[in-house]
Design a protein around this ligand. Structure first.
Ligand SMILES: Cc1ncc(C[n+]2csc(CCOP(=O)(O)OP(=O)(O)O)c2C)c(N)n1
Ligand SMILES: [Mg+2]
Length: 339
């Protein structure tokens, strides 16, 4: 990992803490899904932590993000609370969406998290809309949209990139190129797999970034944010990264053969947490015990989140029609079913 002298020890430790928080949250979630305490499956972010943390640490609190189906990492990186996230995964009333959204819809408008999103590429126009509002209001806020390589050929992303560049909107397009959309490799789906080059079609800056190196992601994202705030318009960051786990939790039972163990192991050698820990030890007063302590604190926080989720009440069925923009059809009581 290269030396980025502008990153202080305090910042680097914060990056490590956030990446560990994501990793340990996800590892705990996998166990809870396998134990059937969390219903359905979730899409794990393990391996990609440097992207969410590098980008979100370059943002201010007032800046916004949109996330994806693989969203836990983005929510944590933007300051989301793990107890309310866990409660949402458990479908409990205390969750971010009152237990109605689950893993793929976590939102917290107080943190300017405009939502995870199960529809591939659908977060991009939302981020652009937020960026447009920021520009019109002159608030100096920016918005970042995370999406995967699977989103790169979606029409809506291209409409969004064109408009964002045309109107010089303060938005970051953060492509997490982990090489696959479910089982389909980028080579099988894209005529040009150098995804950052798409930006030039819209007269936009495009950068290829090592998405396993949080310091590099942070440096590139900081530059893009600065440009966006100065009225220089959007930037497209192609962050090369890798997901260690399957597309979702159940993939481990499916015996799929779309990538080799050797490929997975090669990427694990670039692990973003191991890299940053080693960098800290090289350049600052930091040792194994420091990392262990950090890890223990986060584990305790996550266990407390599990207890919080388990002890939280389920939503009341009588309130099932609350918080909707409209009553689904005429004749239905706005306050809910009379069960
Ligand atoms: C518009 C749309 N098409 C298809 C799907 C089904 N789907 C869910 S995730 C996914 C793959 C996404 O791949 P990528 O964007 O690379 O993200 P990754 O899973 O690698 O993080 C697909 C095709 C969907 N959710 N939305
Ligand atoms: Mg992908």
């Amino acid at each position: 990992m290269t030396v980025h002298s502008q990153v202080t020890k305090k910042q680097a430790v914060r990056f490590l803490q956030q990446m560990l928080r994501i990793r340990l949250f996800e590892e705990r979630v996998i166990r809870l899904v396998n134990d059937n305490e969390i219903a359905g499956v979730t899409h794990e972010y393990i391996g990609q932590e440097a992207v969410a943390v590098g980008v979100c640490e370059a943002l201010n609190e007032g800046d916004g993000i949109t996330s994806t189906h693989r969203g836990h990492g983005h929510i944590i990186a933007k300051g989301g609370r793990v107890d309310r996230m866990m409660a949402e995964l458990f479908g409990r009333k205390t969750g971010y969406n009152s237990g109605r959204g689950g893993s793929m819809h976590i939102a917290d408008l107080s943190l300017n998290i405009y939502g995870a999103n199960g529809m591939v590429a659908a977060g991009a126009p939302i981020a652009m809309g937020a960026a447009w509002a920021h520009k019109v209001k002159g608030t100096n806020q920016v918005a970042a949209s995370f999406f995967g390589d699977g989103a790169i050929n979606q029409g809506v992303l291209h409409e969004t990139m064109n408009m964002a560049s045309l109107w010089a909107l303060p938005v970051l397009f953060v492509c997490e190129n982990n090489g696959y959309a479910v089982t389909l490799s980028a080579e099988q789906s894209s005529a040009n797999t150098r995804l950052a080059e798409r930006a030039s079609a819209y007269n936009m800056n495009g950068k290829l970034v090592d998405g396993m190196n949080v310091l590099e992601v942070f440096a590139e994202a900081s530059e893009a944010v600065q440009l966006a705030r100065a009225g220089g318009g959007p930037t497209f960051l192609e962050c090369k990264t890798y997901r260690y786990m399957g597309h979702h939790t159940a993939e481990s039972t499916m015996n799929l053969n779309y990538r080799s163990k050797q490929e997975i192991n090669e990427w694990k050698k670039k692990d973003p947490i191991v890299q940053l820990d080693a960098w800290l030890r090289q350049y600052y007063d930091w040792d194994v015990a420091d990392k262990q302590q950090l890890e223990e604190e986060i584990r305790a926080e996550i266990e407390a989140a599990v207890v919080y989720a388990r002890q939280s009440p389920a939503p009341d069925p009588l309130e099932s029609l609350h918080n909707m923009y409209a009553t689904p059809y005429a004749g239905l009581p706005a306050k809910g079913w009379n069960l």
